[in-house]
Write a protein that binds this ligand. Structure first.
Ligand code: BJW
Ligand code: ZN
Length: 249
C-alpha cells in the first residue's frame, strides 16, 4: 500500500500537520519527459565515461568533445516538456509551502510553474566564461566550443564532479531540508554527494521522508515510506489526496 492511498491515521496526521514540503529530485523525475537518467540500464553512464565528460579536466582536455555532448543533451532538454510529475509538484503549492531542490539541469520544474526551485547542479541552458564573470542564458550556441567576448572559452553552467556546488544555493538547500515537515525524494539514486545528504539532514530534524522511485536506492531502507512507482504515475494522485484532505480544514 502506497503512502496516501489508504489514508491510515498516521499518514493523515503527517499530511494534516505539514507546513512545508521539500522535494529532492533527480534524473528519474524527467525520465518520463524523455530525458535519460545517468545510472541504471538505460542510463547515460552506460555509454559514456563520466570522467571523460563531466569533470573540469575532461573539459580542458577536449572542450569540443565535451561541448558536443552537452549541446546534444541541451537540444533534447529544450524540446522536452514537463510531465505529470513536474505538474503535480507545482500543484502542491496550492496547499502548502514548497521548495524544490533539484539535481536536474533541464529547467522542467520551472517550466511546470514551480515557483521556488533551487538548482543544485546548475542549468544546461546557461553558459559562463571560464575566465571573466560573463554569464548568459541564451539557448543558441553559435560555435563549438562557444567563445566569450574576452577571448576565453565558455562552459556549460553545470556542476561537474570535483566542483563545489554554488554555495548560496547549497546553503539555502540545507536550510530548507532542515526545516521541512515532509521531504519527498523523487527519481534520484542518491549516489552523488553532497545532494544525497539532504534526506539525512531532514530526517535528523524530524521530517517524514517519502521516496518515489521504481528501484531501490542506497537509502531506501532508512526512509519512512518508499513508493515503488514512477514520478508521473504516483505524484498526481498524491497531490489530489493532499488537496482533498487539506481543503477539509
Ligand atoms: C525514476 C524514474 C521515474 C528512473 N520516476 N524515478 C573529487 C573528484 C571526483 C569526485 C568527488 C570529488 N570530491 C567529491 C567528490 C564526490 C562526488 C560524488 O558524489 N561522486 C559519487 C558518484 C561517488 N561529488 C561531487 O563531485 C560533487 N562536488 C563535491 O562534492 O564537491 C566537493 C568540493 C568541496 C570544496 C571544493 C571543491 C569540491 C559535485 C557533483 C556534481 C554532479 N554532477 C552531475 C553532472 C551534472 C551535469 C550534467 O548533467 O551533465 O550531476 S553527475 C550526475 O549525477 C548529475 C546528476 O544530477 C547526479 C545525480 O544523479 P541522479 O539524478 O540521482 O540520477 P541517477 O541516474 O543516478 O538516478 C536516477 C534514479 O531515478 C534511479 O534511482 C532510477 O531508479 C530512478 N528513476 N525512472 C522516478 N520515471
Ligand atoms: Zn570571458
Amino acid at each position: 500500500m502506497k503512502f496516501g492511498e489508504q489514508l491510515k491515521s498516521e499518514e493523515l496526521e503527517v499530511m494534516r500537520r505539514a507546513q512545508n514540503i521539500v522535494f529532492v529530485t533527480g534524473a528519474g523525475m524527467s525520465q518520463e519527459s524523455g530525458i535519460p537518467t545517468f545510472r541504471g540500464n538505460d542510463g547515460l553512464w552506460r555509454n559514456y565515461d563520466p570522467m571523460k565528460l563531466a569533470t573540469i579536466d575532461a573539459f580542458w582536455n577536449d572542450p569540443k568533445l565535451v561541448w558536443e555532448w552537452y549541446n546534444e543533451r541541451r537540444q533534447g532538454m529544450l524540446v522536452a516538456k514537463p510531465n505529470a510529475g513536474h505538474y503535480a509538484v507545482a500543484k502542491f503549492e496550492e496547499y502548502v509551502d514548497v521548495t524544490v531542490l533539484t539535481q536536474n539541469i533541464d529547467g522542467l520544474h520551472q517550466r511546470a510553474k514551480s515557483s521556488h526551485v533551487l538548482e543544485l547542479h546548475g542549468n544546461i541552458i546557461r553558459t559562463r566564461c571560464t575566465e571573466c564573470d560573463f554569464a548568459d542564458k541564451q539557448a543558441k550556441i553559435s560555435s563549438i566550443p562557444p567563445m566569450c567576448k574576452c577571448g576565453a572559452i565558455l562552459r556549460p553552467d553545470v556542476v561537474w564532479f570535483g566542483e563545489e556546488l554554488p554555495q548560496d544555493v547549497w546553503q539555502d538547500a540545507m536550510i530548507s531540508a532542515c526545516k521541512c515537515d515532509i521531504m519527498i525524494v523523487v527519481g534520484t539514486s542518491l549516489a552523488v554527494s553532497p545532494a544525497n545528504m539532504l534526506p539525512i539532514y531532514a530526517q535528523q530534524n524530524g521530517a517524514t521522508i517519502i521516496e518515489v522511485n521504481p528501484e531501490e536506492t542506497a537509502m531506501s531502507e532508512d526512509i519512512d515510506y518508499t513508493i515503488r512507482d514512477t514520478a508521473a504515475s504516483y505524484l498526481p494522485g498524491l497531490v489530489d489526496t493532499f488537496g482533498k484532505l487539506r481543503s477539509r480544514f
